[in-house]
Design a protein around this ligand. Structure first.
Ligand SMILES: C[S@@+](CC[C@H](N)C(=O)[O-])C[C@H]1O[C@@H](n2cnc3c(N)ncnc32)[C@H](O)[C@@H]1O
Length: 223
């Protein structure tokens, strides 16, 4: 770690601590996570009062909740595997994989805050993870055999780019797990090329945060 990153990371850590609380009010209560909840002043802040640009990492999205829940209940899926969580946000998916004894665990997000929050959350849950801020979309991901993707299909154009890539990774033999509450990027045609692994009811708190979604699902891309 270079000195500039160490100093910057210190600032990110203190801002994350200042604006979040430790929460277990989600589908994986065995994981404590630094999150923005209705108990935080930031919850009611106007856009110009928020010190972060798009703090996606501050929320535990229904897709991520589904993937992490599924991994915690089906540990064999990741045991000894080399797992990459793309768009990790708060890092719950990769933390779940680490808890279930994955061989390698890497949390990837293009947002420095997200990988910092993921490291903080990993520490909170007594696991160690690696992080990366590289944009890996399109990369062959040769070092990994399992790819996690929680709640990344909120934009149809981006979903098309992601699926083109994920189809290639699947053809290459990788296991791709997707968590999603029914976002419009996950079209019927896409769902037809996947296997539904689980469906979970969201907690009232998460429904409120997610504008009417009541359930969330986990899918595996067909090989
Ligand atoms: C809706 S959030 C989901 C976070 C987490 N997976 C969850 O379900 O709680 C989407 C995340 O994807 C990240 N992201 C967007 N484009 C990305 C890219 N090309 N590579 C890696 N992460 C990306 C965002 O920064 C954000 O943290």
């Amino acid at each position: 770690m270079n000195q500039k990153w160490v100093t910057m990371r210190k600032d990110l850590v203190s801002l994350i601590l200042k604006h979040t609380v430790t929460s277990r009010r989600h589908l994986t209560p065995e994981l404590a996570l630094h999150l923005v909840t209705p108990d935080c002043p930031l919850w009611r802040a106007t856009e110009d009062q928020v010190p972060f640009k798009d703090p996606f990492w501050a929320f535990y999205w229904p897709g991520g909740q589904a993937t992490a829940r599924y991994i915690l209940d089906n540990g064999d899926l990741v045991k000894n595997r080399k797992v990459l969580d793309v768009g990790c946000g708060c890092g719950a998916g990769i933390i779940a994989a680490a808890k279930m004894k994955a061989g390698r665990v890497v949390a990837n997000d293009i947002d420095d805050y997200a990988v910092t929050a993921s490291e903080m959350n990993a520490e909170l849950n007594d696991v160690t993870i690696e992080t990366s801020t590289e944009n890996l979309v399109g990369d062959p991901c040769r070092e990994f055999d399992t790819i996690l993707m929680g709640d990344m299909f909120y934009d149809e154009e981006f979903a098309n780019i992601l699926f083109e890539w994920l189809d290639r990774l699947t053809a290459d033999g990788k296991t791709v797990l997707i968590g999603d509450p029914g976002r419009h990027g996950l079209t019927t045609k896409r769902r037809d090329a996947m296997t539904l692994l689980a469906r979970y009811q969201l907690q009232p708190h998460s429904c409120m945060e997610n504008h009417g979604f009541t359930h969330t699902t986990v899918w595996q891309l067909n090989k």
